[in-house]
Design a protein around this ligand. Structure first.
Ligand code: AMP
Length: 540
């Protein structure tokens, strides 16, 4: 028997109609590149978002088309966040930190019909544009001065009369898109649906997740090109929470200034950001951050010592969460359960440093070579997840067998233990990548390039711990007999093909690399060999 409830599509317009009706007056504050603050409201933002949708349609963008953005976090990026999906098109956020070749590949693979670019990012985008065909490039410029052959964003917003309302959209339709680093080969596209975004926004807001509410002032440090700024722009719009957008000013001093002046209550970012903020606060005491009730951290593990330091030295509360581009991102979150409320502080800190328990509607399990592992807190296995905001395939429909199980669970590539409580601890990573400051570096791509160097016989690039960036790539090289390649030579050799921050910081020359019986490189062993050595070197 069917239920007798309305079949209202779970679409982004459903959330935004509420925002327009109830929270049109609530503020959005942007820090511009020149450091000045620009203030507007949800009402203005959504009016302009509808104008953008109409302007894009007049440029030939139709429902289902992908519209790229190459932007910092600011209110006009929010207009695209709301206006593009609400028009039925798909917002495709581009990671401004990638190399021009990779960006050109991603834009072409996604088939972007137009791209919105920040003028201040033009130096990074110009080489990408050279690699593209004739796609309309719309530029957001504060001074009205535009690169040749581009379209003024303000004209697109104002050109056509916007529709009066935000109409429903089929909940299964694609709404946003984000590419993530493939474990081997090129980046992979994740296509979020309206339904998945709405369910994610609802769950993200729950008290045991981010605990968001109308009275919050939310500052996402996490870039809007990283998994939709972790879904915060939609959760905030749904609830009417004010938003503060830091633009390109992501240094600790600028962030602390905004936390203080705008009375921010919730903020979110990767550990590298919070390590910088901790150092800044230690060195510059006296800031009034009493409004700040949660600093959400994800994208990489946060050490227990950092959680403790924020608590004890600054009265600031870190909330540790785990997620992925493929999981929208919220997967697990570390909230101390009620039965541990009076447990000793050390116990509570240890719990908070784990990746925590699955969010509602996210199911987890872990698998070793022997099959699914027990939730005993000791047996390691690869984490697998399932849920309404977990990707079922990569765009345009690629179900890579190494990423999905036969019964459709997503294989995360994270090696974990799961405690009887359901609490997940990441122990290792099966995927052969380096995560530096929240961004991926492909070791496979660096190795393929390095073996092309005439002095390199064999090479393994592995992640080693780093106090600021979390991890950095180390090149471990068996040189050609009689040759001594230096790190400077290798970096110069790699520089034309990779973003600067991808280049290894150090090289270690070895006589041989460990191999399996079939001659396959044992990357795990190489990583283990250097992990401890580098960790020790960094200890004070
Ligand atoms: P991305 O798709 O770029 O967001 O990266 C997702 C990956 O980042 C996960 O599979 C983990 O390897 C890592 N990651 C994310 N959050 C955490 C966390 N809290 N602790 C440890 N690793 C994390």
């Amino acid at each position: 028997m069917d239920g007798l409830m309305m079949d209202v599509p779970l679409s982004i317009p459903l959330l935004l109609r509420r925002t327009e009706a109830l929270f049109g007056h609530k503020p959005l504050v942007t820090r511009r590149a020149d450091r000045s603050l620009q203030r507007c409201t949800y009402g203005e933002c959504l009016r302009r978002a509808r104008g953008l949708a109409a302007g894009l349609a007049s440029l030939g963008v139709t429902p289902g088309d992908r519209v790229g953005t190459f932007c910092w976090n600011h209110s006009r990026h929010l207009e695209a966040y709301y206006g593009v999906p609400a028009s039925g098109a798909v917002l495709h956020t581009l990671n401004i930190r990638l190399h021009a070749d990779e960006l050109a590949y991603i834009i072409t693979h996604a088939g972007d019909a137009a791209i919105i670019v920040d003028k201040v990012l033009w130096p990074a985008f110009a080489p990408v544009r050279e690699r593209l065909g004739n796609i309309p490039i719309i530029v957001i410029s504060d001074d009205g001065d535009l690169p040749p052959g581009t379209i003024d964003y303000e004209q697109v917003v104002a050109a056509t009369a916007p529709s009066d309302s935000l109409a429903d959209i089929d909940e299964g339709a694609g709404a946003l898109m984000c590419y993530t680093s493939g474990t081997t080969g090129r980046s992979k596209g994740v296509l979020y649906s309206h339904r998945s975004m709405v369910l994610h926004a609802l769950t993200l807001s729950l008290p045991d997740c981010l605990n968001l509410r109308e009275s919050d002032v939310v500052l996402a440090v996490v870039p809007m090109f990283h998994v939709n700024a972790w879904g915060l722009p939609f959760a905030c719009a749904m609830l009417g929470s004010a938003q503060v957008l830091p633009g390109p000013c992501l240094d600790a001093a600028s962030l602390v200034e905004l936390f203080e002046s705008e009375r921010v209550t919730v903020t979110a970012g990767v550990p590298t950001i919070w390590h910088g903020v901790l150092k800044y606060l230690d060195e510059h005491p006296g800031h009034d951050l009493s409004s700040l009730r949660a600093m959400v951290v994800g994208g990489a593990a946060i050490p227990e010592s950092t959680i403790r330091a924020f608590d004890t030295r600054h009265g600031l509360h870190i909330v540790h969460a785990w997620g992925m581009t493929e999981t929208s991102p919220i997967g697990t979150i570390s909230r101390v359960p009620s039965e541990l409320a009076s447990a000793p502080p050390d116990y509570q800190y240890a719990w908070r440093a784990t990746q925590g328990r699955p969010a509602p509607m996210v199911e987890i399990r872990a698998r070793s070579e022997q099959g699914l592992v027990a939730w005993d807190g000791m047996t390691m296995g690869e984490l697998e997840v399932r849920g309404p905001w977990v990707a079922a395939a990569y765009y345009p429909g690629d179900v890579a067998m190494d990423r999905w199980t036969d019964d459709g669970w997503f294989r995360t590539g994270d090696i974990v233990t799961i405690a009887p409580s359901g609490c997940v601890t990441i122990q290792d990573r099966a995927k052969d990548l380096v995560k530096s400051g929240g961004e991926w570096i492909s070791t496979v791509a660096l190795e393929s390039a390095l073996v092309g160097h005439p002095w390199v016989s064999e090479v393994a690039v592995v992640a080693v711990p780093h106090p600021q960036w979390g991890e950095r790539p180390l090149a471990v090289i068996v040189p050609v007999a009689g040759c001594q390649p230096t790190i400077e030579e290798l970096r110069t050799f790699l520089a034309p093909r990779f973003a600067k921050w991808w280049l290894p910081d150090a090289v270690v020359l070895v006589d041989h690399l460990p191999k399996t019986g079939t001659g396959k490189l044992k990357k795990h062993e190489v990583r283990a060999m250097f992990k401890e050595q580098f960790a020790q070197e960094q200890r004070p």
